[in-house]
Design a protein around this ligand. Sequence first.
Ligand SMILES: Cc1cc2nc3c(=O)[nH]c(=O)nc-3n(C[C@H](O)[C@H](O)[C@H](O)COP(=O)(O)OP(=O)(O)OC[C@H]3O[C@@H](n4cnc5c(N)ncnc54)[C@H](O)[C@@H]3O)c2cc1C
Ligand code: FES
Length: 266
Amino acid sequence: MIQEKVEILWNREVSPTYFSMGLTCDAQYKDAMPGQFIMIRLEGLSLPLLRRPFSICRQIFGQDGGFKGIELLYKVVGDGTAKLSRATAGDIANLLGPLGNTFTVPETVENIFFVGGGIGVAPMVFLAEALKAKQRDLSSCTLFLGGRTGDDILYAELFSDLGMKVCLTTDDGSKGEHCLVTEPVERAIQEEKPGLICTCGPHPMLKSVADIAQKYNVPCQISTETIMACGMGACLGCAVESRRQSERFLHVCKDGPVFDAEELKL
Ligand SMILES: Cc1cc2nc3c(=O)[nH]c(=O)nc-3n(C[C@H](O)[C@H](O)[C@H](O)COP(=O)(O)OP(=O)(O)OC[C@H]3O[C@@H](n4cnc5c(N)ncnc54)[C@H](O)[C@@H]3O)c2cc1C
Ligand code: FES
């Protein structure tokens, strides 16, 4: 983990209220793993005082193959993200990371379901690209991505470019199937049980996916989000209820953000 001042390479709106930000960063991010996150705040602003957590969405490599930095994908939801959205290339940010644990995909597992809700697609992109970089054949894997409207469906084409099947849903029917993302997930499990489900998204979606995984006895790893003040295990503000005998609470920043669905009381 390193704390550093980094340069913003780009910051552009990719869909209404959603932004992609490229950042230079230390070479140790070359070894970052899918599921890990960073804490960021802009330099020179008095507020917000605290850094905000974001998943690493992609690693950026130059044409010569050299490591250049990381990409974040974020949604503007409040003051911190609104300020972030106004940053421009060349601005300096204060970055802490890489933080947290990672998705763990055993080498023999095939037919993986990636289930994303809205901005929850961000760590799924990193996971798919990291598996592809390890020469994994992703043609048996499926991305299920849901959003409220078509504007909430981001980066789906990256997954098809990697050879994955893609299934889209929206709550208003403006893109893909007109239903919750969990509907095609359950249908697909009934047709053929996946080897693993990896998921990230809003809490109700995570709970439904975890319930479905338990019902069909499929291993499921979920990337959770909580409000985070420090990102390093110091403030204990990111506690989630655990099912472990030994610990009543787990902390998303140091025990997660990725958990076996069975470990948490969702
Ligand atoms: C490990 C981790 C990874 C994340 N990855 C991403 C990502 O890749 N892209 C992205 O857009 N967001 C991500 N988030 C959520 C992001 O950190 C928050 O949206 C951001 O901190 C909000 O800051 P703000 O100052 O704009 O909003 P605030 O003014 O702090 O809050 C605005 C509203 O959003 C709610 N909120 C704030 N943080 C969260 C949260 N973590 N979960 C649910 N609701 C929240 C608040 O309760 C409030 O209602 C991640 C969070 C965690 C913990
Ligand atoms: S955010 Fe402070 S302990 Fe997790």
